[in-house]
Ligand binder design. Structure first.
Ligand code: NDP
Length: 476
């Protein structure tokens, strides 16, 4: 699926370590899975969010903590059913990728000048899957097996996902050593992923666009396939399982969980609808495919981004009319900035004659690419990140002053969920996304800035004079 134009070329740019080099890469690679477990265990449906002992560190014991988090031993971390279900999820995604109609789009030119062809149908595949899930829910309600399975196997599914991410990262790392220049498939190594340090290169990713040919499925671009399809839809399915659980546990559906699920699903389906736009993102054009993207796309996104819905499943929050209006206003503003800025750049890059962007000012550069200097891209160099960050507020705010304790009624032995002394402390989990995302976007902007400085040289300095702010106009 490659356009033959020129022989593939080795990387030429000089590239130092990012993410704190090998030590940072090791900490992230092995620390983030631990963070996923910690978030899942410490904010739970057994004792509270956070588990009560955590609020009393001086008397905290491992035994009490294990009881409070429902620890079933290491054997509880994985089971065969969950592993098979997770593998089945990828098989289903691959089958739909091959079987459903798709659009074929050319990627941006590689270093060699050649362009790879990508097949996109994540939107239709996801609509297909969600329709089946909707049908199942209509028939079986909150006890539809998909939802109960996800809830009951949440931890084993997390472990399965970590194992799949690591296996994939290792596979692409090993297969990247078969890239030889020149080659007719236009395989290239990523400039940032060939330092020679095993753990760092495994994390960052050595090969820019690893592809695999699977019998009956055909050629699959591993990075583009993993970028949106399995992880983002997985996030929506986890959210839906949590909505079903709220109904199952409390016999009600609150606006807070519906808004969280709706706004997150909107974000995800928007990305699916605009799928070809990933071809101009840093992930596709600059980063190799390694553990950073494999773990980030497949595990971190679904399991960490769904924390709010999981929280609300156990502890419903009544938002009230003005609460709902406020959250929608934040989401709407964020979405408007995010989508208009991204559309502006995509149109400018893919169809500069488009009347919607033809009036915008831009500057020519020696690299041949042009940079917008007015419109959204004239307000800040990554105004799209600001819109994206606004939306993260809408994901977290519906959880309110989060935190709960699960108490057992002495007479009836019935369990009740009350804020108790945990009030506010649950925000460590439900607002984590907001903070993490700010750090991600600031760090990502710095990386992109470095990349653009390398690519554009003096022209980038000129551009920065014209557009001095990084993300927040007038402030940062
Ligand atoms: P961008 O879409 O912001 O693209 C950056 C690239 O755009 C630059 O490298 C440069 O590439 C080009 N560019 C920069 N300035 C201009 C300009 N003035 N005119 C034209 N082109 C310009 O990068 P991302 O890939 O980081 O983000 C894509 C979207 O995905 C964002 O909205 C982001 O918020 C979102 N995102 C969401 C994440 C999540 O977890 N929810 C994670 C990461 C991203 P070139 O070399 O071609 O000039």
């Amino acid at each position: 699926m490659a356009t033959s134009k020129a022989a593939s070329a080795p990387p030429v740019e000089k590239h130092g370590y990012e993410f704190g080099g090998p030590i940072g890469a090791s900490l992230i690679s092995f620390g983030l899975p631990v963070a996923c477990y910690a978030a899942t265990f410490l904010c739970n449906d057994v004792s509270g969010c956070p588990a009560p002992s955590v609020l009393h560190p001086s008397t905290l014991t491992l035994d009490a903590l294990k009881r409070e988090v429902g620890w079933k031993g290491f054997s509880g971390l994985l089971n065969t059913k969950a592993l098979l279900a997770a593998i089945g999820w990828y098989v289903l995604s691959l089958v739909l990728y091959a079987a459903l109609p798709a659009v074929e789009v050319q990627g941006v030119p590689l270093r060699s000048g050649a362009r790879l062809t990508y097949r996109f149908n994540t939107f239709t595949s996801s609509v297909f899957i969600m329709s089946l899930a909707g049908l199942g829910t209509l028939i079986y309600g909150s006890e539809f097996i998909l939802w109960t399975f996800i809830w009951e196997n949440h931890i084993p599914l997390l472990t399965s996902s970590i194992l799949i991410s690591w296996t994939l990262a290792t596979y692409v790392y090993i297969s990247s050593f078969s890239v030889k220049y020149p080659n007719k498939e236009h395989r290239e190594l990523a400039a940032g992923g060939i330092t020679g340090n095993l753990i760092y290169d495994w994390y960052i990713g050595r090969e820019l666009n690893p592809r695999i040919t699977i019998p009956l499925i055909g050629e699959v671009d591993i990075k583009a396939f993993m970028e949106l399809r399995p992880g983002l839809l997985g996030w929506v399915l986890l959210d839906c399982a949590f909505v079903a659980r709220q109904y199952y546990l409390h016999g009600t559906l609150t606006m807070s969980i519906l808004i969280v699920t709706f706004t997150q699903a909107l974000y995800v389906f928007d990305a699916f609808l605009m799928e070809p736009a990933i071809l101009t993102t840093i992930d596709i054009i600059a980063d190799g495919f390694g553990n950073m993207l494999a773990f980030g796309d497949l595990t971190w996104v679904p399991f960490i981004y769904s924390l709010q819905a999981r929280y609300l499943a156990v502890h419903p929050v009544a938002l009230g009319f003005w609460g709902c209006v406020g959250v929608f206003a934040v989401q709407g503003t964020g979405y408007y900035v995010f989508r208009s800025a991204n559309n502006e750049k995509n149109r400018f890059r893919s169809n500069p004659g488009d009347p919607r962007i033809a009036h915008l000012k831009f500057m020519e550069t020696k690299s041949g690419s042009r940079l917008l200097t007015s419109g959204w891209w004239g307000t800040a160099r990554h105004i799209n990140y600001l819109g994206d960050w606004f939306m993260s507020w809408a994901f977290c705010l519906p959880t309110g002053l989060a935190g709960y304790v699960i108490e057992t009624q002495p007479m009836s032995a019935q369990k009740i969920v009350v804020p108790g002394e945990a009030k506010g402390w649950g925000m460590l989990f439900t607002y984590f996304y907001l903070l993490y995302f700010a750090i991600l976007l600031i760090h990502r902007e710095r990386r992109d800035e470095e990349k653009c400085r390398r690519k554009y040289g003096k022209d980038w300095e000129e551009y920065c004079k014209k557009v001095p702010y990084r993300i927040v106009p007038g402030i940062y």
